[in-house]
Design a protein. Structure first.
Length: 167
């Protein structure tokens, strides 16, 4: 069964980080709904957004294939494959060489084409290679934000919420 309502997909295995990201999304939704200059229809568009919370690659595959209408995918770079497995960078290697290809990004682009993707990481060590890989291969523009830069995460989410209500 496909679910087509607007949603924001958050992929994060750390419970505290998941709560922080969920709180940021809810806070930005609240800012828009409190805006006196917006009509009620636009406010309702934002209130209708669901937050889909995912903690591993297996769950991401299920969520991406069933929840359409995703307006933003927030992807942690370092998550587990399955529920009880250890977290790792999800980078795909060819002959032991890191290519920049990332499993989470591939899943989102396969099932949710044209969905904006923001990658978040506490360690930006692979930012350049991942961004270059997808710009070159898929002409995909990825946002890459440090988990420590909460104001930038807030601005990124707010931007995509405004894009959603512009239609």
């Amino acid at each position: 069964m496909k679910k087509n309502g607007p949603n924001i997909l958050i992929v994060e295995d750390d419970a505290d980080q998941m709560e922080l990201l969920t709180g940021i999304v809810l806070g930005e939704i609240q800012k828009i709904t409190d805006n006196q200059n917006l009509d009620e229809q636009k406010k309702q568009q934002v209130r209708d957004i669901q937050i889909i919370r995912v903690r591993n690659i297996d769950s991401l595959k299920k969520a991406a294939s069933t929840h359409k209408g995703t307006i933003l995918a927030l992807l942690d770079c370092n998550i587990p494959d399955t529920k009880d497995s250890p977290a790792h960078d999800q980078l795909i290697k060819t002959n032991y060489k890191i290519t920049g290809q990332h499993k989470s990004v591939d899943i989102v682009t396969q099932h949710l084409p044209n969905t904006p993707i923001t990658m978040i990481s506490s360690l930006n060590r692979f930012q350049k290679i991942v961004v270059q890989y997808y710009e070159k291969k898929n002409n995909l523009n990825l946002n890459f934000i440090s988990k420590n830069d909460q104001p930038m995460i807030e601005r990124n989410i707010a931007y995509y919420l405004r894009q959603h209500i512009k239609g």
